[in-house]
Ligand binder design. Structure first.
Ligand SMILES: [Zn+2]
Length: 390
């Protein structure tokens, strides 16, 4: 991290704060801090909020992050809609959009064009507000190569997508950074930057949906692995006698705790009506039945929670997080899943008493991945990639 980024990060996590506070906490000397702060003020990343009494009673100039003139944008490609979130430098939300789109199965190039067109509209909206876009991140439910190419999981039934190139074309060589990233990674970043467990440096986000994916924050950074494919938690085996998984093995976390598996066991009559393409109504039915105390549904949810707890324990044993945050459908169903998850985690802990980590429920709405996408551009500032002075 450069010294500029060190100061920027300190102000983000401690604002409002004075130059003396920064010097005392970062170990940089006062003259260095003053010149770094002058640079950040010139780049319009910091703002001087005027004088305030400091701890020893002397007035000092207080600094915060500048909310203008920047914006960062995240766009999530979900199964049947696109979600967009834009934030300012402080992480404050500027815009939230949700749009239907043809999905990934339409004519070749159609989904890419819809994604690029929406990205173009949100960027135009931000520049219309005299904001400079720091970065645009597109969150996808697949494995993303270094070139922005996307490999989708088999159950989405579509070929790979050259999304990075399509965006560069559609946005006409943008002057901001365009990134395509895995949705689970970005959801983890959203938890770390904006969730109820924000700033917990060792955090795992485990998100349920039609698949199950993890995003791992280790020592305050996303853990990506050698090829960027870390966090594929959906195929951890949690039940060796469990149902067959689409990957060819048995009893994977996804095959027992993914939404299709849950619907199959909780609502065995639904598949008789043909294959399910939209799980939202089924999820609503499961919640309604659980609220009414339906014996089958509450039993299925408790069993799912127990197996989910096994997956959580395995991840925690390998990665030693302070907290595992359950998101997506796991958060929606938390009232019925969490007691069983916690009981299983406790029973599997090697040390007596409490496990060394907490299981928490995500407080972020369904647009966690889009939020994380916007946060990725902010995160990059703290890795030392700062915009040039205007
Ligand atoms: Zn599997």
């Amino acid at each position: 991290m450069t010294n500029l980024a060190v100061v920027l990060r300190y102000v983000r996590t401690h604002a409002p704060c004075s130059r003396a506070d920064i010097a005392a906490s970062t170990g940089l000397n006062k003259a260095t801090v003053s010149s770094l702060v002058a640079d950040l003020l010139e780049r319009q990343l910091l703002r001087d909020t005027g004088l305030a009494e400091n701890r020893i009673g002397r007035p000092a100039a207080m600094l915060t992050l500048q909310s203008r003139p920047y914006a960062a944008v995240g766009l999530e490609v979900a199964a049947d809609h696109l979600a967009v979130v834009a934030v300012d430098l402080t992480g404050e939300r500027l815009l939230t959009w949700r749009r239907a789109y043809p999905g990934l199965d339409g004519a070749p190039g159609r989904a890419e064009a819809a994604i690029a067109a929406l990205a173009g509209r949100v960027v135009a909206k931000m520049t219309g507000q005299q904001r400079r876009v720091l970065g645009l991140t597109v969150a996808v439910p697949g494995l993303v190569g270094a070139d922005g190419g996307v490999r989708f999981p088999a159950h989405l039934g579509r070929p790979d997508l050259d999304l990075g190139a399509a965006l560069e074309r559609g946005l006409r060589r943008p002057d901001y950074r365009v990134v395509v990233d895995n949705a689970a990674n970005l959801a983890a970043l959203a938890e770390y930057r904006a969730g109820a467990e924000a700033d917990t440096p060792d955090l795992i986000s485990l998100v349920g949906g039609t698949g199950v994916d993890a995003g791992i924050i280790s020592e305050g950074r996303l853990l990506r692995g050698g090829r960027g494919f870390a966090g594929q938690a959906g195929h951890l085996q949690v039940d060796c006698d469990g149902p067959a998984c689409r990957c060819g093995r048995r009893g994977c976390l996804e095959a027992v705790a993914g939404l299709p598996a849950l619907v199959r066991r909780a609502l065995p009559d639904t598949e008789a009506d043909g294959p399910i393409t939209d799980y939202a109504p089924e999820l609503e039915r499961i919640i309604a039945l659980a609220r009414a105390g339906d014996a089958r549904v509450t039993e299925v949810l408790a069993e799912t929670g127990r197996l989910l707890g096994r997956g959580v324990s395995t991840l925690a044993e390998l990665l030693d997080p302070s907290v595992v945050v359950l998101g997506g459908t796991f958060a929606t169903l938390a009232p019925w899943l969490l007691p069983a998850v916690e009981a299983e985690v406790k029973s599997r802990t090697a040390a007596p008493g409490e496990p060394g980590f907490r299981v928490a429920v995500s407080a972020l709405a369904a647009d966690a991945a889009a939020t994380g996408g916007a946060m990725l551009a902010l995160d990059r500032l703290e890795a030392g990639y700062l915009p040039a002075p205007a």
